[in-house]
Design a protein around this ligand. Structure first.
Ligand code: ADP
Length: 320
């Protein structure tokens, strides 16, 4: 039969990355276009691995917007959930890793098309056909995309989808830390699967200790799986009846962008096929090993989307 559908909801944008590393944005001699946006990366991660995937979000009716929609289509992501805004432009971000190790961001979002998605524009039929519905947090920042986000979650849930949340905190986008925390926690108890990074764990709990007590302070009764990704240290998992960690793969990382999205895409692809994995620690560990491999492979190439692996690539990595 047909593969189960995974719908990713949220933003897609273009990161402009300096052609030279270790410079400030002002010093950058030029920029390369790197398509991204966490939910879009997840949608492509799923389809590269052979899963069935759709993206729901809004792009500008401009060259960048149509370029991004084309990238989704070319990668096998269904496009019936994409809207184009004729007034506002596609979101753009300028990102650099400066020589001092700090990331510097500048955004074109005043407002960008993704923020203008309205609840009445949602393709409800597509959302209702999702087996897994995945989302981030950025669409919670302002209206009307906040209402669209909440409605899409509700519709997916009512139709029986498994909800998956990656807060994907990008602090500079929020008006304040408090606002970010409040909005993230306002939808916290809706998702059955949540993935946080170590940085987000610290932000949400106020503790820099990654011990079970700190992680479990974020537990809620609807949760089936809480994941903490630890970059080169692998990941930890928390389910109702078991918890543990899965070792990382050692690779020569050149760009970690998209590692988390690659990890999430792999996990969701497997879980959409068989939700009983969530109750079986041995099989879940296998899936997380696969997801760790996806994350690791993604760090070995520049950019997010170009670095997302195919199923065959992951299998040969695991055998090699
Ligand atoms: P995020 O991108 O959300 O911060 P991480 O950086 O923790 O997420 O990456 C997700 C997963 O990708 C990790 O759990 C790990 O398995 C893998 N990964 C990330 N960075 C590396 C690395 N430098 N070496 C090996 N594996 C990595």
């Amino acid at each position: 039969g047909e593969k189960p559908l995974i719908v990713s909801f949220g933003e897609m944008l273009i990161d402009f990355v300096p052609t030279e590393s270790g410079v400030s944005l002002a010093e950058a001699p030029g920029f390369l276009k790197a398509p991204g946006g966490a939910p879009a990366n997840v949608a492509i991660a799923v389809s590269r691995l052979g899963g069935r995937s759709a993206f729901v979000g809004k792009l500008g009716d401009d060259e960048f917007g149509h370029m991004l929609a084309g990238i989704l289509r070319k990668n096998g992501v269904a496009d019936q959930g994409i809207n184009f805004d004729t007034g506002a432009r596609t979101a753009l971000a300028f990102v650099t890793l400066r020589a001092d190790g700090d990331r510097e961001f500048m955004f074109y979002r005043n407002p960008s098309a993704d923020m203008l998605l309205r609840p009445d524009e949602l393709n409800l039929e597509l959302i209702r056909s999702a087996k897994v519905f995945h989302y981030g947090s950025i669409s919670l920042i302002v209206e009307p995309c906040r209402s669209a986000h909440l409605k899409a979650m509700e519709v997916a849930k009512e139709a029986g989808a498994l909800l998956s949340y990656d807060p994907n905190l990008r602090e500079p986008l929020w008006p304040s830390k408090e606002e970010a925390k409040t909005q993230i926690m306002s939808i916290w108890d809706k998702a059955e699967i949540i993935k946080v990074s170590d940085v987000e764990l610290e932000f949400l709990t106020g503790s820099n200790k990654i011990d079970d007590e700190t992680v479990m302070s974020l537990w809620h009764p609807n949760l089936k799986l809480l994941l903490v990704t630890l970059g080169e240290k692998g990941c930890r998992y928390y389910a109702k009846n078991f918890r543990g960690s899965v070792d990382p793969f050692h690779v020569n990382a050149v760009d970690t962008t998209g590692a988390g999205d690659s990890f999430v895409g792999a996990l969701l692809d497997k879980i959409a096929d068989d939700q009983s994995i969530l109750e079986d620690e041995e099989r879940l560990r296998k899936v997380l090993r696969f997801a760790n491999a996806c994350g690791a492979i993604t760090t070995t190439k520049k950019g997010a989307i170009p670095a997302l692996p195919s199923d065959a690539e992951v299998l040969s990595f695991l055998e090699g």
